[in-house]
Design a protein. Structure first.
Length: 206
C-alpha cells in the first residue's frame, strides 16, 4: 500500500496545502514543522506550525491483515501497520494585529474545504522533495487520507505546553489524519499450487 516514507509524506503534504492556500491572510507568514518550543526564535516569528505529536493505531484497519504468517512461520501476507496521525497546528505572530487568529481562521477554512489529501496533491509534494520523499508511494494508497478536526480540552493543552514543550501557550488546534497504511519491506511467498485432490476425504494435498 505505502512504505516507510508515508508519515513524513503526510506531514509534507499538509505543509504544502497550508503554504498554498492558508497563509495569504498574513503577509510574510511562514509554515513550519518544528517542535513548538522553537517558535518565536530565529525566523519563526509569524506563521503556522504543523507538529506531529502522536500516532495511534487505526481502530478500523489495525487487524485487517491478521494473521500474516502460516503455522510454519512463513509469510502469508505482507505485514501492514494502520495508524492515525495527530497534529497540533499552532498560530503565532503579532497579537495586536490579530495575526494568530487570522491564520487560524484561514487554516480552518482551508482544511474544511480540502478535507482529503488527494493522490495528485500528494504526488506533487513528493516531486517537490525528491531527495527526502522520492521513494514514497503514498499517492497510491486506498483509502485516501482524510483530515478532520479533533478536540483537545484545556487541561490537555495546558499539559502539552507546560510539560512537553515547556514554553508559553500559543493559539492551537488539533487535527487527525488517517488512515495511513504502512507495508513492511518484505515479500510474502504465495501458497503452492494444488497438485492432487483426494475425493474420499475432501482434502487437498500440495
Amino acid at each position: 500500500m505505502s512504505n516507510h516514507l508515508a508519515i513524513a509524506t503526510v506531514t509534507a503534504t499538509l505543509k504544502t496545502l497550508v503554504s498554498r492556500y492558508a497563509i495569504e491572510a498574513v503577509p510574510s507568514a511562514h509554515v513550519s514543522t518544528a517542535n513548538p518550543r522553537t517558535l518565536g526564535t530565529s525566523t519563526l516569528i509569524r506563521g503556522v506550525n504543523i507538529y506531529l505529536y502522536m500516532a495511534t493505531p487505526n481502530a478500523t484497519l489495525r487487524n485487517q491483515h491478521v494473521p500474516t504468517r502460516r503455522p510454519d512461520g512463513t509469510l502469508l501476507s505482507v505485514p501492514r501497520v494502520a495508524v492515525d496521525l495527530h497534529y497540533l497546528f499552532t498560530f503565532y505572530g503579532d497579537e495586536e494585529q490579530f495575526e494568530p487568529q487570522l491564520l487560524l481562521g484561514s487554516v480552518a477554512a482551508t482544511l474544511n474545504r480540502v478535507p482529503i489529501l488527494t493522490p495528485s496533491f500528494i504526488r506533487e509534494t513528493i516531486n517537490s522533495h525528491p531527495t527526502l520523499l522520492g521513494g514514497s508511494n503514498l499517492d497510491k494508497q486506498e483509502p485516501h487520507i482524510t483530515v478532520v478536526p479533533t478536540r483537545l480540552d484545556a487541561e490537555t493543552l495546558s499539559k502539552m505546553w507546560s510539560v512537553l514543550y515547556q514554553v508559553p501557550y500559543n493559539l492551537s488546534v488539533a487535527y487527525e489524519c488517517g488512515p495511513v497504511l504502512i507495508d513492511s519491506d518484505v515479500v510474502a511467498r504465495p501458497n503452492p499450487p494444488v497438485t492432487q485432490v483426494v475425493p474420499s476425504t475432501g482434502t487437498t494435498r500440495s
